[in-house]
Design a protein around this ligand. Sequence first.
Ligand code: GRF
Length: 199
Amino acid sequence: MMTKLKLGVLGSGKGSNFVSIQESILKGDLSAEIKVVMSDHSEAGILERARGYGLPAIALPKSQFKTKLEPEIEMEMVRCLKEHQVDWVILAGYMRVVKKPLLEAYPHRILNIHPSLLPAFKGLEAWKQALAAGVTEAGCTVHLVNEGVDEGEILGQQSVPVEIGDTAESLHARIQKAEHLLFPEILVKLSKNNLRINS
Ligand code: GRF
């Protein structure tokens, strides 16, 4: 049985993962609809790109914190997701830790993409951590979000080689290419009910 996923996408940056998901929908590969795109930065490229697709693009009120949102702002985010009838929350480069209001509103319904083969290299700039550690294989992971940072159940991973002479930029670019395939792939599985997720 196929489900048409109703997605809400949150992002803080340029939005290339959002684009890969939206393109996969437009091509007819992924049965889903992006109901709303939200960002914690009013200037973020992801909002511009969402508007380019004619999708609702909403900037959240400015937060006084860097790594999380005030509970009131997160509650406003939840209100907005519900208003747009979102069933699944997609963190596509959303750079803040998700807290109770969102976790409780969407239990087991929030997916994140992280640029490492978790559980290795949690946290910021994971590709730099991989390079510094001298590993020969890096990659990306799509996982469910819980109260930990980069810790929820792993839904899928894609590895890429670390090549001799790689810089942080070249490795990150290779990982991002893999991300743009992996995230839509996982969502296709989800829409086909091929993923086992607790509810
Ligand atoms: C990606 O590398 C993702 O793994 C990380 O943030 C980056 C977002 O890039 N969480 P973009 O905004 O989707 O281009």
